[in-house]
Design a protein around this ligand. Structure first.
Ligand code: AMP
Length: 120
């Protein structure tokens, strides 16, 4: 299993409240907070409490399967709270070539404006 916490990881430090964030949801596995540099009227990030570098590091284990379900379930709550049922986007960047800048798994939820495709 992946190491539970990386003391040098920005989002592990945010989870531990060593750095501030605007949390909008939390449970035993997941926290959701507002992106500090929002790219849409609603832009939140859902992260696992434990350190996972990206979805690429997940396995087929029951624990990892449950974690993925918990991340999406948390975002579904945010969709309802923000009234985004007409449309929204969920993105996870994996690796530097895809633009992942924080190596702790996070799902972006973006909504509240029209979106184009494909992303850059
Ligand atoms: P990515 O580029 O996919 O790795 O996304 C990382 C996201 O984390 C970016 O959208 C940043 O704006 C966001 N971010 C970085 N630091 C913080 C922070 N301290 N609080 C909230 N969001 C952050």
């Amino acid at each position: 299993m992946a190491q539970d916490r990386d003391p040098n990881c920005l989002f592990c430090r945010l989870e531990a409240r060593e750095i501030p964030s605007d949390r909008v949801y939390e449970d035993d596995q997941v926290i959701v907070f507002r992106d500090v540099n929002p790219r849409a009227p609603t832009h939140v990030l859902a992260i696992p409490r434990r350190h996972v570098p990206s979805i690429h590091a997940l396995t087929d284990s029951p624990a990892d399967t449950a974690l993925l379900a918990a991340l999406f379930a948390a975002l579904r709550k945010m969709v309802a709270d923000a009234g985004l049922e007409d449309g929204y986007r969920v993105v996870t960047n994996v690796g530097p070539a895809a633009g992942q800048s924080v190596p702790h798994l996070h799902l972006h939820l973006l909504g509240g404006r029209a979106m184009s495709w494909p992303p850059g």
